[in-house]
Structures are given as C-alpha cells and as structure tokens.
Design a protein around this ligand. Structure first.
Ligand SMILES: *Cc1c(COP(=O)(O)O)cnc(C)c1O
Length: 383
C-alpha cells in the first residue's frame, strides 16, 4: 500500500489553531458575548431569510451590507470588504500582501492567529516583544520594522490576550515607519475608548479589521469586515473566493446594523461588569492587567518577575526557558485553572504561553456568571 500523501513541509510542524472546549456551566473562555442578539433581530432575520432565493448565488459583492457598514464608519462601500469572520479578512490580507518572499511583523504576546494565518499563506513571521505590562515598546517597534522590512505589520488593539489598547501616538508612529500595510485588528474596539478607524483613508496604508463575533453577539454567524483604502480592498477582492459570503450571513449582518442601539447597551453592561470584576480581582492575591476589552488577563500570585525579558534575547520566545519562579507561576496558574473548572467555571488557560507565566484570561459574562467566577476563584485561592 502506498503511504498517504504528505502535506506541505512548512505545515507539518504546525499545530492547528483551536480553543479547547470543555464542558462547564459557566463558559468564560472564548470572549463571546454572554448575551444573545435582540429577539427583534431574530424575528427580522427570519423574515429576511424567507425572502432569500436559495437556488441563486448570493450578491457576490455583498453591496448592501458593505454600504451599510460603510455608513456606520463614514466611508464608501469601496473601502469595505465583508468577510467570513474577521479571520477571513486576516487571511485575505496575508494572501494579497504577504506570501512567498514577504514577511509580517507581530508583537508578542498577541493574537496567535496573526502569526498562524501568515505562516499558512507562506509569509515569514518576525516577532518582536511587547514591553512592560504588554504595551507596545516604541524602541522595539522601530527596531523590528527597520530590521525586517515587513509587508504587513499587525497591531492588535485592544490586544488579545492582554487586554490593553494602544494609543493614537503609538499607532501614528507605526504608520509613519512601517514600510508596508499596517493592520489594526479591532475585534474589541467597541469596548475601548480609542479606535484607529479615523486613520483609514486612501492616502495611508492603514487597514482596520472588525468582527461581529464579540460586540454584535454573532459569533455563530461568522461575519467580519475590513475598512481600508479602496486600492487595498481591490487587492483583497483578487484573493477572496467567489461568493465567499453567503446570503444568510449577509442578511444577518444587515439586520444587526438595525440594532446598533441595543448592541451599544450590551457593550455598556459588559464594560461595567469588567470594571466590577477588575475591582474584585484587585482585592485578591492576583495580578490584574487593565483591560479595554471584554476579557481580563490576571495571574494568581503576585510576583517580582512581571518585568519584560531582555529585548535582544536571540532565541524565539517560544523556545525560551523561563527562570524557575516563572515555572512555578505557570504551574500555579494551571492549578487555579483546574480548580475553577472543578467548580464548573471555564476560563482560558494562558499559563504556559510565552511571557504570560501562569496567567489566565476570563471573558466578562453576565452578572451571575461573573459572580460564579469570583466566588470560585476566591475558594480556589483560599484552598
Ligand atoms: C475574536 C477575535 C477575532 C475574531 O475572529 P472572527 O473570525 O471574526 O470570529 C479577531 N481578532 C482578534 C484579536 C480576536 O480576539
């Protein structure tokens, strides 16, 4: 028997991206909205779906949706591309602007899919290090951009999994230095006080990606979009599959935009709960990173090793061996994660991720879910 065909050499060592799903009654691990979309949205969508001609291909350009998204941000439909989740937007950006012979810059720790998707498209990834408290460090940004000449520079603001938003000054500085596209991933922008959206115009190489998965309570619909210079959108249209966005998703996204007020109400609730959880965590024996998103990164046990590792370390961060105290923090984080799960509260275990050393990420849920989390954490830390 002949052996099965092998996949590309450069993929064989890569693990697929997945967020482990475990049964738990309180699920605070994937940054979804804890609230369903409004009932009136469901009714409107049911009505719309009844009118779709499913024997026909969808509107290939998704023009009505693009126009509506454009109106939301004060740009024309030629500056918008709607995609299957914002991850498809990231993939299209890498296919069109990255690829063989080109590289992308990321600043770790950050959203793992930026590097992952880039590599799948054959783009070389050069990783810089975030500075203290996981902010972008201006000197490190300059070093990486000058040393690697990236075709794409990824900025995640607010940053997943650390929660902080970048400043307008920082992003302006990156735009002025980056030799290629600057992609600002704003999956959590509505929870934050600042957005790079106003920086998008046809004269600068800035691209903003957004998603319906978090603020719009539509993770199940798979809808995201890019706002970019018209020439960039035209570039992305070359690599997107024909009819990539089905009629149902287009209808769901259009209907959602009729409920902006309700979405903003849910965001307000979540932000208020985020502040309540942050204050409660501050009274426990944990380190908390201030968040501008719908999740909070925290580390059980305060430590003296919260300062960044040296920036000129030659080894890639994933190969680094932390000092023993970091190892103990990682073990402790893992034990707290398990203790929470034993109480049926599931959070994201980042304890062994590079630089995060024992940190856990909790998504803001409904008030009762957040209470359950805080009670469980108090018990686990006291044990
Ligand atoms: C959740 C998330 C996304 C969203 O991905 P979708 O494909 O739109 O669900 C994108 N970027 C970041 C940083 C995220 O955390």
């Amino acid at each position: 028997m002949t052996p099965p065909p092998t996949i590309r050499d450069d993929l064989s060592l890569m693990a697929g991206y997945h967020s482990p799903q475990v049964d738990a009654s309180v699920r605070l691990n994937t940054n979804e909205s804890p609230y369903p979309p409004p009932a009136a949205w469901s009714a409107m969508l049911a009505d719309e779906v009844g009118r779709i001609s499913f024997n026909r291909y969808p509107d290939r350009q998704a023009m009505a949706l693009r126009r509506a998204i454009g109106e939301l941000h004060g740009v024309g439909p030629d500056q918008v591309l709607a995609t299957n989740g914002s991850n498809e937007a990231l993939q299209a950006l890498c296919l069109a602007y990255g690829g063989s012979g080109r590289c992308a810059a990321v600043f770790e720790p950050t959203y793992a899919l930026h590097a992952h998707i880039a590599r799948i498209t054959g783009t070389v990834v050069n990783a810089g290090e975030r500075g203290e408290d996981f902010r972008l460090d201006p000197a490190e940004v300059r070093r990486l951009l000058a040393a690697t000449d990236p075709a794409i520079t990824f900025v995640c603001s607010p940053n997943n999994p650390t929660g902080g938003a970048e400043t307008a000054e920082m992003v302006t500085d990156i735009i002025s230095r980056a030799p290629g596209l600057v992609v600002v991933d704003e999956a959590y922008a509505q929870f934050s006080t600042w957005s790079a959206m106003a920086m998008v115009n046809d004269a600068s190489p800035v691209v903003v990606t957004r998603t319906y998965s978090k603020t719009w309570s539509l993770a199940g619909a798979r809808l995201g979009y890019v706002v970019a210079p018209a020439a960039v959108i035209a570039g992305l249209e070359r690599v997107i599959l024909p009819y990539h966005l089905d009629s149902f998703t287009q209808a769901a996204g259009l209907a959602a935009l009729r409920f902006t007020h309700e979405m903003e109400g849910r965001v307000k609730l979540i932000v208020a709960e985020r502040e309540r959880i942050t204050a409660a965590l501050d009274t426990l024996n944990v380190k908390v990173w201030p968040s501008n998103a719908n999740f909070i990164l925290f580390r059980p046990g305060r430590s003296s090793s919260d300062s960044p590792e040296p920036l000129d370390s030659p080894a890639p961060s994933s190969d680094r061996q932390g000092p023993p105290s970091d190892h103990r923090l990682a073990m402790r984080g893992r034990a707290v994660w398990q203790g929470l799960l034993d109480r049926s509260v599931l959070v994201r275990d980042c304890s062994s991720w590079p630089r995060l050393n024992g940190a856990l990420r909790v998504t803001v849920g409904t008030p009762p879910e957040n209470d359950a989390f805080l009670v469980a954490l108090g018990e686990v830390l006291a044990a």
